[in-house]
Design a protein around this ligand. Structure first.
Ligand code: IPE
Ligand code: IPE
Ligand code: MG
Length: 258
């Protein structure tokens, strides 16, 4: 790295003309972060909210248009009941507390996942925040809640099967575009960058269809310690990648790396 670059902050080194439009994050490691400090797991989740705030702010400031956060997976219902309850309570409190800030910053809250099966107070708070922020246009903050990619793929398949049965769609018309349009994520472009914290190298049933050509970034940092600088570091790493989409390096134009 040149000495001049060394004097630039991480943020200043990011080429804003080559940003990913959509960043998705598997926020992992809250429990281990707490355990390391002999604290209850729930405290890890509470500190995790601070990271959500920091990363949301950083993403909006730099110009990311869609930020999807894996907040609660379908499989997470299998955790101890007390932990599940604490996460849901934290979710309700956080949304209630942050909706004004989201609005002031022109950020629109959206969700993917089976929202209907969430506890009713949770669903109510979410729907209200979604409604309040619906005209905001700077960035979509998308919470994946009671989400699993296989669930989404199955519900999309059922939707299409129903359309075929009703004669609205011919089976010969089923293609990737129709399938994409039937997913919960249809409103958003595919994420170009997936971040997973806490040193795990799994996808854990997240955006299986949408990440077909996503770039993966893994870091050992536990989610409660993931801050703005960590987010910028991930963006810089992404900008070093060459996205080939099946082609050879030679076929790519020099300015087609994003
Ligand atoms: C991520 O942290 C938060 C959720 C899955 C809700 P974890 O709670 O999975 O933390 P670890 O993986 O046990 O450290
Ligand atoms: C993935 O993390 C789900 C969320 C971050 C919400 P987990 O901690 O649940 O994933 P696994 O169980 O380690 O694969
Ligand atoms: Mg985990």
């Amino acid at each position: 790295m040149s000495p001049i670059l060394n004097n630039l902050s991480l943020k200043e080194q990011i080429d804003i003309s080559r940003l990913p439009a959509h960043v998705a994050i598997i926020m992992d490691g809250n429990g281990r972060w707490a355990k390391k400090r002999s604290l209850p797991r729930v405290v890890g989740h509470e500190y995790g909210v601070r990271s959500v705030r920091q990363v949301t702010e950083a993403a909006a400031e730099i110009g990311v248009k869609h930020l999807t956060l894996y907040t609660f997976s379908t499989e997470n219902w299998n955790r101890p009941a007390l932990e599940v309850k604490a996460i849901m309570t934290l979710l309700v409190h956080t949304i209630r507390k942050e909706v004004k800030t989201l609005n002031n910053n022109n950020i629109r809250l959206q969700t993917i996942g089976d929202i209907d099966s969430l506890p009713s107070d949770c669903r109510r708070e979410l729907l209200e925040a979604i409604e309040i922020t619906k005209n905001n246009s700077r960035m979509n903050l998308i919470l994946a809640l009671n989400y699993s990619a296989r669930w989404d793929i199955v519900q999309a398949t059922k939707k299409i099967a129903e359309q075929v049965k009703n004669g609205e769609v011919l089976s010969s018309e089923i293609n990737e575009n129709l399938f994409t349009a039937s997913l919960n994520t249809a409103r958003f472009p595919d994420p170009e960058l997936l971040i997973r914290t806490s040193g795990e190298f799994r996808i854990s049933n997240f955006l299986l269809w949408e990440l077909a050509y996503g770039e993966f970034y893994f870091t050992d940092v536990y989610w409660p310690e993931f801050d703005k600088e960590a987010f910028y570091t991930a963006l810089l790493d992404y900008q070093k990648r060459e996205r080939r989409f099946g082609k050879t390096s030679e076929q790519l134009a020099p300015d087609a790396h994003v």
